[in-house]
Design a protein around this ligand. Structure first.
Ligand code: CU
Length: 313
């Protein structure tokens, strides 16, 4: 996944990445040259004008007009180059082409969900066609998250109560890391996703199929797939280990104590309600941090997840 990167930068896989890198290296090498001049100059003067006994005094010269103009003008020019270059690239990065595909991206504790123009959706995996501009409309359901794809050199905060945008054009098919780069609570480091760049045909067929049980899968298998892909895995284990959330293992059919002291039998209706309105019945001993999956999972998917949870005995 990280082939083609350098010691400083991950591989460059979007149309803007080359420009960002070029500016980075310009600043980097200019700084290196400046650093060398300053250090070599200091070393030279330290040696040349070191204390040599009482008799030898340094000259009384306190400035040199030409030299001062020189070391003021050159850095000023460099700073202006960085500004003009940076501003130009910044504009390019911020103004999406008109024909961009618009996808809604939502950050929440602790996963990303994506809504595509035809109503399809995905969690943590953003699926986009290669060589087409894609514009993301970002927002958050809770705290501030930040959408970051290092290989594309794009990053933008996802805020509650406000929309932000970001666009990119991935050059060829491949998979790239997607990080949340704003600390957003205990599950922050698990808020990992992927950008899957596929051919245009694959993208279109994915759009059409998404939401249906993929061919050849049983509901339990589909539920297991959704458990991973819809991020239940970030909070719920399937091996009996309790984390931020109860484990699904052996859960079905048991009697659960709720935070209000009542108890409830874990049956299909309770599971469905827990997925769609997690706050209606909160399990005792847990914080109500589960997000609602209303509008993210359709009935068929909820059925599959229930079948899967039932199978974990
Ligand atoms: Cu986050």
């Amino acid at each position: 996944m990280n082939e083609g990167g350098t010691i400083f930068m991950p591989p460059a896989n979007s149309t803007i990445a080359g420009e960002v890198d070029a500016l980075f290296y310009f600043i980097y090498y200019t700084a290196l040259v400046m650093f060398a001049i300053v250090i070599a100059g200091s070393a030279f003067f330290i040696l040349k004008y070191r204390h040599k006994g009482k008799k030898s005094f340094t000259s009384g010269m306190d400035h040199n007009f030409k030299l001062e103009v020189f070391w003021t003008v050159i850095p000023t020019i460099l700073v202006f180059i960085v500004f003009a270059w940076g501003f130009k690239t910044y504009l390019k990065m911020n103004v999406a082409p008109r024909n961009a595909i618009e996808i809604k991206a939502t950050g929440q504790k602790w996963f990303w969900s994506f809504d595509y123009p035809n109503g399809a959706n995905s969690v943590n995996d953003l699926i986009v066609p290669a060589n087409k501009p894609v514009k993301l409309l970002l927002s958050s359901r809770d705290v501030i998250h930040s959408f970051f794809v290092p290989d594309f050199r794009v990053k933008m905060d996802a805020l509650p109560n406000r929309y932000t945008t970001l666009w990119f054009r991935a050059e060829q098919p491949g998979e790239h890391h997607l990080f949340c780069t704003e600390y957003c609570g205990t599950g922050h480091s698990a808020m990992l996703g992927k950008v899957k760049v596929v051919s245009e045909e694959e993208y279109n067929s994915w759009l059409n199929e998404s939401g249906n049980i993929p061919g050849g899968m049983t509901p339990v298998e589909y539920g297991a797939d959704l458990y991973q892909k819809r991020a239940c895995v970030t909070c719920h284990s399937i091996d009996g280990r309790a984390g931020v959330a109860p484990s699904f293992k052996g859960r079905f059919g048991t009697v659960e104590t709720l935070s209000n002291g009542e108890s409830v039998t874990v049956d299909e209706n309770y599971l469905r309600e827990s997925i769609l309105s997690p706050r209606a019945k909160v399990v005792a001993g847990y914080q109500p941090v589960m997000p609602t999956f209303q509008g993210i999972l359709n009935d068929q998917q909820i059925d599959a997840l229930i079948a899967y949870i039932k199978s974990l005995q």
